[in-house]
Design a protein around this ligand. Structure first.
Ligand SMILES: [Zn+2]
Length: 438
């Protein structure tokens, strides 16, 4: 008999492995934060676990991956809606950030987002903001994975970016013993960073094995300004600067043309579409069908709460699947299983984490969700993928495990106090309203 930390027994394991196996009447063996095996229930006596967790009547899926977020923006939820992106940023978000962004604010707001993400089944988020240490600390406390970055906003900067890299190296050193945390290099966008900076960030990313995380082609204005200034479309412009030498994660990609998408074919770079945020800011709809036809690596991102206005990535998935069927007049586009892949194994690939995350397979990290099906919304159940994409809500996510530890059990956060988070958010609301009146 072999010893292990945890056994999850019963339920249907939606593995998202290369054969997309769904294993019923099975149990999962977890040890030291990783999946050891998924075996038929009649072999359960081979293992002695410290804890056994019952998942009968549930779906067990990989944890969801959020490919683009701004965690500390949670306290700006609903603060300024119904505005175009550039007005919203310049008149509201940036001035407020300049006034409010203390280390405590960043930490508390990130903690709020981490709790909300866990309740929505997100086990890893790829974040872009400032004061990355505070965001990393909040995620460590909540028990979720994060890729942090220090957004580089430097339109007139003509340096070589090395001081940013030095800071990232110091960060990696300081968080060496924190397996939940990683970092990326993040020039904010082509309208806030110089050509030199992009070139040098790409070289640094390639040299140090960092993902280059940037916004790209979000609005028509960005596209038109880029054509006027550089005579090229945004991705053509970045490609001419050598940016595609690095592995990149481009957030949004709403206005990418077929020719630009062609540049990504065979590259290691990927796109995070942000459907809800793009719809709400009326930025447009990303050409997802063309992206997938070209076999590009695509994931979903919530973007920040200030433009979403929540971190419910299942809602994001459902909207994305239905919207793209409608605009393509093609109900067969993006079948439920392919849609669910965007949130799991596809998400892991976009961030270069597919060796460890995105599917339930022996050797991978034990990041998973146990989804309760014993409720009206979940029954009857003919096709699990259909249920996951079109029917289920986040409320059905009963338990969440990250690296072998339960961070949510029966909808209760293991490491955070939900009531305390709510009252802290209300205190910040008062402070922000005071700032807005001044
Ligand atoms: Zn963003």
């Amino acid at each position: 008999m072999s010893k292990c930390d945890t056994i999850i027994k019963g339920g249907s394991f939606i593995t998202m492995d290369p054969e997309f196996r769904i294993l019923s009447e099975h149990f999962m063996v977890i040890d030291q934060g990783r999946i050891v095996d998924i075996l038929p229930l009649d072999q359960i006596k081979q293992y002695k676990a410290k804890q056994t967790h019952d998942a009968f009547g549930c779906l067990v899926t990989p944890g969801f991956i959020n490919a683009h977020s701004h965690m500390p923006m949670s306290y700006f939820r609903g603060l300024a809606d119904d505005l175009p992106l550039h007005t919203w940023l310049k008149d509201y978000i940036w001035p407020l950030e300049a006034k409010m962004m203390t280390p405590d604010f960043v930490y508390d707001a990130s903690l709020h987002s981490a709790a909300e993400m866990i309740l929505n089944g997100i086990t890893l988020t790829n974040d872009m903001y400032f004061q990355k240490e505070r965001i990393a600390d909040a995620c460590i406390r909540a028990g979720m994975r994060v890729l942090v970055s220090e957004a580089i906003i430097a339109p007139k900067y003509s340096g070589d970016g090395h001081e940013f890299a030095e800071k990232l190296l110091e960060f990696e050193d300081a968080y060496r013993d924190q397996p939940l945390v990683g970092c990326t290099i993040a020039p904010h966008a082509i309208y806030t960073c110089s050509a030199e900076l992009y070139s040098s960030c790409a070289r640094l990313a390639a040299d140090h094995g960092w993902l280059l995380h940037t916004h790209l082609s979000e609005t028509q204005q960005e596209l038109e300004d880029c054509l006027k200034l550089n005579g090229k479309r945004p991705l053509e412009y970045l490609a001419s600067l050598g940016v595609l030498e690095a592995k990149c994660l481009f957030a949004h990609g709403v206005w990418l043309s077929g020719k630009e998408l062609e540049l990504l074919e065979g590259s290691q770079s990927a796109i995070s579409i942000c459907t809800d945020s793009n719809l709400k800011l009326a930025s447009g709809i990303a050409p997802l069908k063309d992206m997938l036809k070209r076999h590009l690596s695509v994931a979903l991102g919530t973007d920040g709460v200030a433009s979403n206005n929540n971190l419910d990535i299942l809602e994001e998935l459902s909207t994305t699947a239905k919207l793209h069927k409608a605009i393509n007049a093609d109900p067969e586009f993006l079948p439920a299983r392919d849609a669910f892949a965007l949130l799991t194994i596809g998400g892991a690939r976009t961030l270069g984490k597919e060796q460890d995350l995105g599917s339930l397979e022996a050797g991978k990290c034990a990041d998973l969700l146990i989804i309760d099906l014993q409720n009206l919304q979940s029954q009857p159940l003919y096709h699990p993928y259909s249920q996951l994409v079109y029917a289920l809500g986040a409320e059905q996510i009963r338990d969440v495990m990250v690296a072998g530890n339960f961070v949510l059990k029966k909808r209760q956060l293991s490491n955070l106090d939900e009531a305390e988070l709510i009252s802290t958010a209300q205190e910040y609301q008062i402070k922000i309203q005071k700032e807005l009146r001044q």
